[in-house]
Design a protein around this ligand. Structure first.
Ligand code: GRG
Length: 293
């Protein structure tokens, strides 16, 4: 199966599972459930679920076992986007090609929608069976730590505090390790855990996720300056407009392209131990490097 067919299959599988997990729209109060569904089913790339399922396969596991974790990752990611778009954070009107949650439902509802998606993350994650080395509690701890004040939220804090300042490359990397790379790392780690990975496999995937996560952010920053709003489904040129510290702003566009390639090569290097079983993860890393949206 080629990568496009694989990705389409995973997206359909994950969307069907999330449809089953989320409260239906007419369950009271319908407004919040409608808002949650509006944000989740808005056509994201589903990159975190894809990485989770492909990592499970790389470790010899079954995709079905990793499905609750894959959905939980997408719910946490969607919550972070809803809150990140709020006027008190990045203040964005467009996300995934549609008006942002607060534009449609109002700010109060968008705060609650993010909260509900974060809570649902853990309801869904506890539907996982866990594995011998990784009981459900370990998997819950993995994602809770990633979502907490040392990683995702901590990264957002550094980002907020960096506004209007000139950041060094080191400071920029620190933000994105926490904000972006942490969730991509947990994506492959949770897939591996659901497949009862060995310590060596988990360690290799942790290195892969970290390098790929940083590469993803470098590419995202490049796309912000090289792509259109229509292609991205979110406001292009936003980083420059608000004078945000990004890789192109800190090291330049060409050096950013080289850095994305260097990090992708580092990620691929971490996959060597998986041999043929790492094929999908290798393809996904290549696809991410060449993405245009
Ligand atoms: C808790 C408010 C709060 C924030 C936590 C992770 C985070 C910090 C904020 C998310 C917003 C953001 C711009 C994160 C950077 C990572 C990134 C480029 C996300 C976009 O991910 P894609 O391209 O989005 O995978 P789709 O829409 O395809 O799912």
């Amino acid at each position: 199966m080629d990568l496009k067919a694989y990705l389409d299959g995973v997206v359909a599988e994950v969307d069907a599972a999330m449809d089953g997990f989320l409260p239906v729209e007419d369950e009271r109060p319908g407004s919040i459930h409608g808002a949650m569904r509006y944000c989740v089913f808005a056509g994201g790339k589903r990159l975190r679920p894809v990485l989770c399922l492909a990592a499970a396969e790389a470790c010899g596991g079954d995709r079905a076992e990793a499905l609750p974790a894959a959905c939980a990752l997408e719910l946490m990611h969607t919550y972070s986007l809803v809150h990140d778009d709020l006027p008190c954070m990045d203040d964005d009107d467009l996300r995934r090609g549609r008006p942002t949650c607060h534009k449609v439902y109002g700010e109060g509802m968008a705060v609650l929608c993010g909260d509900a998606l974060l809570t649902e993350t853990f309801i869904v994650l506890t539907k996982t069976k866990g594995a011998e080395r990784y009981p459900v509690g370990k998997m819950v701890a993995e994602l809770a730590e990633t979502g907490g004040s040392r990683k995702l939220i901590g990264g957002q804090v550094l980002d907020l505090e960096g506004e209007g300042k000139t950041l060094s490359l080191e400071e920029l990397v620190r933000i994105h390790e926490a904000k972006t790379a942490a969730l991509l790392t947990s994506s492959v780690r949770l897939g591996a855990m659901s497949a009862n990975a060995t310590n060596d496999q988990l360690e290799a995937l942790t290195r892969f996720g970290y390098a790929l996560g940083l590469a993803f952010q470098v590419i995202d920053d490049i796309l912000d300056v090289t792509q259109t709003t229509e292609a991205l489904g979110k406001t292009a040129g936003k980083d420059q407009a608000v004078d945000k510290a990004t890789y192109p702003a800190v090291i330049g566009l060409e050096a950013s392209r080289l850095e994305a390639m260097r990090l992708t090569a580092e990620a691929l290097g971490a996959l060597e131990t998986f041999g043929k079983k790492g094929k999908r993860l290798r393809e996904i890393a290549g696809w991410m490097l060449g993405r245009t949206s």
